[in-house]
Design a protein around this ligand. Structure first.
Ligand code: GLN
Ligand code: ZN
Length: 755
């Protein structure tokens, strides 16, 4: 019997087929029948890929038309009241996306990935009941194709841990209501076959749960394992270690435990008790969330290490997590340099890796496998030694860095800045981007495809920038922006100009529902061959007497939205980016730019899952933001922007970043979330968004006046800037123009009250 295991597989399709049919269905151009037909074809193809690669544990129920947490809510009948009059796909997609009458359920990040799940809404009053349709039918569908699958389920403890209570109270209190549903499900599953593996995903335990939550493990899994002798339970966790939970799981009647050995060395501590318990260990040794080819020599050493403690026979070779978090396949990559392509591995290639590692570990005499190992060693060697990766100059510069922060304190800087810049209290500005119109997108696309010349393209962009400037002047905004028409994406734009960055053509990863992102990847030492933004900003500044704000993406955000090289610590990569950005800031200053915004939209996203690791993340994240802006002169004002509103837990860290002004996303929360800035005696200036840009609504003058007054209850006017809560790129001009005009009028009204 072969012994390898894939936690889960991507479902969007190698050419994003699922995305396309869903969007066409939502646009009423396809029927639901077409969606189902395609979904069925995709499942078949995905199972077959895994079978062909020699995978022994292939999943069913890892497929979803939107999200597996949402599927779980359907499965247990946790339907919020507002959707109960709907049925079938109408109900399903309304829960995910809302409709004319109903707001969608909330969506949030799946642990520290860029995947987003639909947050269940639970309450003590509601009663739940089983709908096993999807689980059972996917299993049968595979079986009819001759493929015996394991069944993937979100574990009940994780499901509750990621839910919210609409009636206030602890979600874990509801275990007594949820567990019987899972038991009933297992009873139905046990009818399917003589022996069947059910995988429960319980990643909640990698966050380091309290004793109260750990105490749920035993009773829950005793019940689940007690349902039927025919069911073998595998519990998997990923992204971090789950040492505390493993201590309990080994004393439950489950069959196997899946642990992540790529992102959590600590899991090795659990080997001894796993061995003693006689459970099977699914060793997650192939990185399920990054794109690098496995270093098999290294992995085999790790496996041998594991085998010193756990019986070889009890080990299975697995992916570290579901392959959902990697792109599908390298086979459509035509443009990638072959040397670089040879260092990479996407989901399909990872199947081969898992399968090969199994052979190498269990049957090393296999000559085919040995041949493949040689190739793997070769590829990793080429990566280690490639001149594409190692840049002595960059390394020397970063290692001998002397300047880590700006010279003067905020107090002395801000005095000079207010004199030089001369802005009023409640100064108005925006976050950077203006609507990306059809024409702007089309011009960028044609230029990229080589259909129009650089000159024509630049003229198009300049025309747009000039229009943005004219509008902002007419509107009466004080600190202007150029509008970012030349940027497809705030990370990709910089990645494209930095050395050490690579791009795939088809490396899409599901972000939520039908949405995918194509993160660029950092493969080598990072440097900046040329200025990246200066010409655009300089041009914009030349069109106005007012202050033009330069716009950059910060090091931590660039890092968090890219696939990062795994041959160097993350913080060392981030530091290289920071140094490159510090040169950009120096050049912008040189070009006469007086205010520079360094966006850290994804600062909070990079936070570690475990509390004990937070301090070290904050330390280097703050260090690198400060390095990036260290070249700013005293009189140059540094802004930053973050797309969050809850700063309670990180307010000191934000202050330590030492930006002169921070704009944040508080529009939807009145002044409630701003209070932390006052309570902690935050000194720097703050621009709390005064209206929500995520909605097409135009806010009225009165509404914004009211919002500004609320802000003034918390912070003095000298400390406040007035701006929308994020960039305007996804909005239309018809919405943006009146909204910003109203914002400026509102400020005038409030200012008049002061004099
Ligand atoms: N400057 C960027 C913009 O306005 C910021 C985007 C963001 O915060 N996500 O588009
Ligand atoms: Zn934002």
């Amino acid at each position: 019997m072969s012994k390898n295991y894939i936690v889960g597989f991507p479902r969007i399709g190698e050419q994003r087929e699922l995305k396309k049919v869903l969007e066409s269905f939502w646009a009423k151009k396809s029927s639901f029948n077409e969606v189902e037909e395609l979904a069925k074809a995709l499942r078949k193809r995905h199972w077959e890929y895994q079978k062909e690669a020699g995978i022994s544990y292939i999943s069913s129920n890892d497929f979803s038309l939107y999200d597996t947490m949402l599927d779980t809510s359907i499965m247990i009948g946790a339907i919020p009241a507002r959707f109960r009059d709907l049925e079938g796909e109408n109900r399903y997609f309304a829960m995910a996306r809302g409709d004319e009458k109903r707001v969608a359920m909330q969506m949030t990040k799946w642990f520290n990935t860029n995947y987003h799940y639909i947050v269940p809404e639970l309450s003590l009053e509601d009663s739940y009941s089983l709908d096993a349709t999807k689980v059972l039918s996917e299993y049968k569908e595979a079986k009819d194709l001759g493929i015996k699958t394991k069944i993937n389920l979100i574990g009940p403890i994780t499901y509750l841990g990621l839910s919210k209570r609409i009636d206030d109270g602890d979600t874990y209190e509801l275990i007594g209501k949820i567990l019987p549903i899972y038991e009933a499900l297992l009873a139905e599953i046990s009818e399917l076959d003589d022996e069947i593996v059910v995988q429960f995903d319980e990643p909640i335990f990698v966050t380091g749960c309290e004793a109260k939550v750990l105490s749920l493990i035993k009773p829950t899994y005793e019940k689940l394992a007690g349902v039927s002798e025919k069911i073998k339970i595998a519990v998997v966790s990923y992204f971090e270690h789950s040492v505390e939970a493993t201590k309990v799981f080994v004393h439950t009647p489950i069959w196997a435990l899946g642990l992540d050995f790529v992102y959590a060395e600590e899991n090795k501590e659990s080997l001894k008790i796993i061995q003693e318990s006689g459970k099977v260990l699914i060793a997650g040794v192939v990185d399920g969330r990054n794109i690098w080819k496995n270093d098999m020599q290294k992995t085999l050493l790790l496996l041998e290490d594991i085998a010193k403690v756990v019986d070889r026979e009890a080990i299975m070779i697995g992916s570290s997590c579901s392959l959902l978090h990697t792109p599908f396949t390298l086979k459509y990559e035509q443009k990638l340099e072959s040397e670089i392509k040879n260092w990479l591995s996407f989901a399909l290639e990872k199947l081969e890796e898992v399968s090969l590692l199994e052979k190498l570990f269990f049957t090393p005499e296999d000559t085919q496998a040995q041949k493949a190992l040689k190739e793997n060693i070769q590829a990793n060697k080429s990566r280690k030694n490639s001149t594409l990766i190692h840049d002595k100059k960059v390394q020397e510069r970063v290692n001998s860095l002397k300047k880590f922060e700006r010279e003067d304190s905020f107090d002395s800087r801000i005095k000079v800045q207010r004199e030089v810049l001369g802005y009023q209290d409640l100064a108005t500005t925006t976050i950077g981007s203006f609507p990306q119109t059809q024409e702007v997108r089309a011009a960028r696309k044609s230029f990229k495809a080589g259909e129009i010349s650089k000159e024509i393209y630049e003229n198009e962009m300049k025309k747009y920038i000039e229009e943005c400037v004219r509008f902002q002047e007419e509107c009466g905004l004080e600190v202007l922006v150029h509008g970012e028409p030349e940027r497809n994406d705030m990370v990709e734009y910089f990645g494209e100009q930095l050395k050490g960055y690579g791009f795939s053509e088809n490396g899409w990863v599901q972000s939520y529902g039908s949405r995918c992102v194509k993160p660029p990847f950092i493969y080598g030492d990072i440097s900046r061959p040329e200025a990246m933004t200066v010409e655009w900003i300089r041009y914009a500044q030349s069109k106005t007497e007012k202050i033009m704000k330069g716009m950059l993406t910060g090091p931590v955000t660039i890092l968090n939205w890219s696939f990062v090289r795994d041959d160097m610590p993350r913080d060392a990569v981030s530091k290289q980016i920071a140094v490159a950005l510090s040169d950009e800031i120096a050049d912008l200053q040189e070009a006469g730019i007086k205010i520079i915004q360094v966006d850290e939209a994804a600062f909070k996203e990079g936070y570690p899952l475990r509390e004990e690791k937070i301090a070290s993340y904050e330390k280097w994240a703050v260090r690198d933001f400060k390095i990036a802006v260290s070249s700013a002169k005293k009189e140059t004002q540094i802004h930053t922007h973050m797309c969050y509103s809850v700063f309670n837990d990180i307010i000191e860290t934000i202050e330590n970043m030492d930006a002169d002004v921070i704009s944040i996303e508080t529009a939807r929360s009145g002044n409630r979330l701003l209070k932390i800035f006052k309570e902690t005696g935050y000194k720097q200036e703050v621009g709390p968004g005064v209206y929500d840009i995520h909605s097409p609504r135009v806010p009225s003058v009165e509404e914004i006046v009211k919002q500004i007054r609320l802000l003034l209850e918390v912070l003095p006017k000298e400390q406040l800037w007035i701006n929308p809560d994020c960039g305007l790129k996804t909005r239309k001009w018809e919405e943006v123009k009146p909204s910003l005009e109203n914002m400026v009028k509102a400020v005038e009204i409030v200012r008049a009250e002061f004099s």
